[in-house]
Design a protein around this ligand. Structure first.
Ligand code: SF4
Ligand code: SF4
Length: 90
């Protein structure tokens, strides 16, 4: 099983240097996790290191499309507040 980088990625490069398997590559200017190389850090670390260092919510998801850092987990902003703020901008 491998993790996946989503469209929320801002290309900060933080994850690329911490992967023990060099599974994170930039392909056509998009950060990508090579499924053949990612082992979800199993055997190396207790948690996926890319997810641990990524500063953007929902930028990395697991094999079930569950965000490693779900909405609100890093910012502390509740989802309802975020949706309200987004509605004000539309
Ligand atoms: S989960 Fe671990 S092995 Fe997979 S891409 Fe992230 S840092 Fe690399
Ligand atoms: S750490 Fe997160 S935001 Fe930065 S390049 Fe990796 S996936 Fe993208």
């Amino acid at each position: 099983m491998a993790l996946r980088i989503t469209q929320h990625c801002v290309g900060c490069w933080a994850c690329a240097g911490v992967c023990p398997n060099q599974a994170i590559q930039v392909v056509h200017q998009v950060f990508t996790i090579l499924t053949s190389s990612c082992q979800e850090c199993d055997g190396d670390y207790p948690d996926p290191q890319c997810g641990a260092i990524c500063p953007i919510e929902e930028a990395i998801v697991d094999a079930h499309n569950q965000a490693i850092n779900p909405p609100g987990s890093l910012t502390g902003v509740p989802i309802a507040v975020r949706h309200h703020a987004q509605s004000l901008l539309q």
